[in-house]
Design a protein around this ligand. Structure first.
Ligand SMILES: C[S@@+](CC[C@H](N)C(=O)[O-])C[C@H]1O[C@@H](n2cnc3c(N)ncnc32)[C@H](O)[C@@H]1O
Length: 258
């Protein structure tokens, strides 16, 4: 069973993006590549197709891969709901891609790097299947550095340290991947594909986090301890778990050309 199989059914419920964001991400990827259409995209860690579906419905030559059959099942369901467009979805590990070299204009990875051990192999495979002049594109949605999610994430990392669960700090894997890619890329472009207003509360963060692949794989006693520590802190810091903040979030893309 792949790690994300367990959380596939709930993934979209807690991590949906505003309706216009996926198409804006596709447009920004094409613009970064200097292409207007007929783009050959490989989406590593395609998941439920939150972003990938926009490429499929636009008729691009899109291939999505993911080791989680559960996540790909949700992707197919999304496509059915959108009218039944066909997509090439392959159950595979990004560290061993079943494709020959030089096939794709762009290799997309959206919120994948922190979930994969073996970063070098993943990035090596991404580069192998790119055509010369193609780009590895990293994407993520981000909130303000002092926003509710960022502060809750940091507190949770601290609580994990306190319990001796030494994991990487949030964002470490992605930062390391960016350094690796930048060291060998010939060119790099950063763009904000979309911005939107959203309302965040500490309770929403905790509810969402409990459906995360890594958190939900911890023993339930540990999960409860962490939730208690962070809830106490959030109550003291924000006044209530339901204190709401209006924030601007953005979808950022960083393209590395090879
Ligand atoms: C947080 S989800 C992001 C899904 C999608 N990119 C999105 O933004 O909606 C991370 C995805 O990476 C996938 N993943 C984990 N390990 C992987 C690997 N070794 N190769 C490719 N994908 C992997 C997971 O199964 C999961 O679907």
């Amino acid at each position: 069973m792949a790690t994300f199989d367990r959380v596939a059914a709930d993934f979209d419920r807690f991590r949906s993006l505003p309706e216009l964001v996926p198409a804006a991400v596709r447009a920004a990827v094409l613009e970064s590549l200097g292409m207007t259409g007929a783009v050959r995209v490989l989406d590593i860690g395609a998941g439920t197709g939150r972003i990938g579906a926009a490429f499929v419905t636009a008729g691009d030559s899109y291939v999505g891969i993911d080791p989680s059959g559960g996540m790909l099942g949700q992707f197919l369901k999304r496509l059915t709901d959108l009218g039944g467009a066909a997509a090439e979805l392959v159950k595979a590990d990004g560290r061993r891609l079943p494709f020959s070299a030089g096939l794709f204009d762009a290799v997309l990875m959206v919120q994948v790097l922190s979930n994969v051990a073996g970063r070098e192999r993943l990035l090596g495979e991404a580069r192998r299947v790119l055509r010369p002049g193609g780009a590895v594109v990293l994407g993520q949605s981000v909130g303000p550095p002092q926003g509710v999610d960022a502060r809750m994430r940091e507190k949770l990392a601290e609580a994990m340290d306190q319990l001796g669960l030494y994991g990487n700090r949030p964002g470490t894997a992605r930062s390391q991947a960016r350094i690796d890619l930048a060291a060998s890329a010939v060119r790099r472009i950063e763009v904000v594909a979309a911005r939107w207003e959203t309302v965040r509360t500490p309770r929403d963060f905790l509810t969402r986090h409990q459906t995360g692949a890594r958190f939900s794989s911890l023993p339930s006693a540990t999960q409860n301890q962490l939730l208690l520590l962070v809830s106490d802190w959030a109550n003291a810091t924000f006044g209530s778990l339901d204190a709401s903040s209006v924030e601007i979030h953005a979808f950022e893309l960083e393209s590395f050309f090879f």
